[in-house]
Ligand binder design. Structure first.
Ligand code: WQD
Length: 333
C-alpha cells in the first residue's frame, strides 16, 4: 500500500473526491471526519468507485487526544486538511463558532503534527481571500483584501498561521468555485438544508425540491449584469491535491506556498443557468432578485503557477460540470 495520507474532513464534498483520487494514484488515505457536515454513506460511494473502503475515524480535529492516537496508530506521511465550517452567511451569524472550529482545529492539528514529526500539510484555502479584486483574473500575487466574512477570515488567518509555523511544509490551495460530481454519480455534493451555493440550488430546483432560483442581482458591471465566478469541476480540484502531495514529497525543504485552483474562465450566473438548461435539456424557473450582501462582482483565476509548478491544469468544462451535477442529483431520493 502507498504512503499514508491523513485527510481531515475526508467525507465532505471536496474531501471525498480527493480520497478517491488519492487511492487511484496509489496513496492510502486515512479519513477523519466528525460528520457535522457529511454522511457516513459517502464511504460507500468511495468504495463503489475505488473498490476499497478507506480507514475512517469518526473524530473531531479539535480532539487532540484522539487525533494524537490516530497519528500514533499510523505512519502518516502527509496531511490534507479540509475539516472546517464553510458557510459564509452562517459565519456572519456565528463568528466565534467559526474561529473556534476553523482556527482552533488547525492549531490542534499543527501541534499534533509536530508532536509526531509529520511536516507536510495541504491546506484547503479559498479565493475568498482576495475579496473584491481590483483586476481579474487574479494570480497568487494579487493583494489580499480584508475578508468579507468570518469564514473568509479563517482562511486568511489560517494561511498566516501556516506561514508563521516554522515546523511544517505547507501548500495552501485557493479554490475558486467547486461544482459538479464524479462521473459515476457515486459521489457528489450533499448540502445540508437549503443550499447556499448556486449549483446545488439549481439542481434542487430542477428536481422540483425548490420552487425557483433567485438570481442575486443583475445590475453588476458585467456583460449580463450578473456576478462572474470561476467554476471548477470538483474532480479537477481533487486531482490538484494529489499533485500537491507529490510535489511536497519531491521538495521536502519547502516551507510555504500558495496556488490558485481555477479554470481561468469566468462565467456569469445567467450563463451557468443557461448552460445547465442546454446541457441537460430542461428549463429552469428563476427570477431576478436583490443582490446578496458580501458577494463580489467578479473573480476568476490565473492558475498558471499551478500549471507550471504542480503540473496541474483543469481539464473539464462547464458543460461536463453541470451535466455531472444533474446526473448526481437524479440519484438522490
Ligand atoms: C455563486 C454566484 C451568487 C445562489 C462561496 C464562498 C467560497 C466557496 C464557494 C467555500 C454568486 C449567485 C448563488 C443563489 C445566486 N465556499 N447565486 N442565487 O459565493 O461565489 O462562493 O461558495 O469554500 O469561499 O464564498 O458561491 O455558489 O454561493 O454563489 O444568484 O441561489 O451565484 O450571488 O454570484 P460564492 P455561490
Amino acid at each position: 500500500m502507498g504512503k499514508n495520507i491523513l485527510v481531515t474532513g475526508g467525507l465532505g464534498y471536496i474531501g471525498s473526491h480527493t480520497v478517491g483520487e488519492l487511492i487511484a494514484h496509489g496513496y492510502t488515505p486515512i479519513i477523519i471526519d466528525n460528520l457535522s457536515n457529511s454522511y457516513l454513506s459517502v464511504l460507500e460511494g468511495i468504495e463503489k468507485i475505488c473498490g476499497v473502503t478507506p480507514i475512517f475515524y469518526d473524530t473531531d480535529v479539535n480532539d487532540s487526544l484522539a487525533l494524537d492516537a490516530i497519528f500514533k496508530s499510523h505512519a502518516i506521511d502527509s496531511v490534507i486538511h479540509f475539516a472546517a465550517f464553510k458557510a459564509v452567511g452562517e459565519s456572519v451569524q456565528e463568528p466565534l463558532k467559526y474561529y473556534k472550529n476553523n482556527i482552533g482545529g488547525l492549531i490542534t492539528l499543527l501541534e499534533t503534527m509536530e508532536a509526531n514529526q509529520v511536516k507536510n500539510i495541504v491546506f484547503s484555502s479559498s479565493c475568498t481571500v482576495y475579496g473584491e479584486p481590483d483586476h481579474t483574473p487574479v494570480d497568487e500575487n494579487t493583494p489580499l483584501k480584508p475578508a468579507t466574512s468570518p469564514y473568509g477570515n479563517t482562511k486568511q488567518v489560517g494561511e498566516q498561521i501556516l506561514n508563521d509555523n516554522r515546523f511544517t511544509n505547507t501548500i495552501a490551495l485557493r479554490y475558486f468555485n467547486p461544482i459538479g460530481a464524479h462521473h459515476t454519480a457515486f459521489l457528489g455534493e450533499l448540502p445540508i438544508g437549503v443550499p447556499n451555493n448556486l449549483v446545488p440550488f439549481i439542481t434542487q430546483t430542477a428536481a422540483g425540491l425548490r420552487e425557483k432560483i433567485t438570481v442575486y442581482g443583475n445590475t453588476y458591471n458585467t456583460p449580463d449584469g450578473t456576478c462572474i465566478r470561476d467554476y471548477i469541476h470538483v474532480v479537477d480540484l481533487a486531482k490538484a491535491h494529489v499533485k500537491a502531495i507529490d510535489y511536497m514529497a519531491q521538495n521536502p525543504n519547502n516551507h510555504f506556498d500558495v496556488f490558485n485552483l481555477g479554470t481561468g474562465n469566468g462565467n456569469s450566473v445567467l450563463e451557468v443557468i443557461k448552460c445547465f438548461e442546454s446541457v441537460n435539456n430542461l428549463k429552469l424557473n428563476y427570477t431576478i432578485g436583490a443582490i446578496r450582501q458580501g458577494d463580489v462582482e467578479q473573480v476568476y483565476a490565473n492558475s498558471s503557477k499551478a500549471n507550471n509548478i504542480l503540473g496541474w491544469k483543469a481539464e473539464l468544462n462547464l458543460d461536463v460540470m453541470l451535466y455531472s451535477a444533474w446526473k448526481w442529483q437524479l440519484t438522490l431520493n
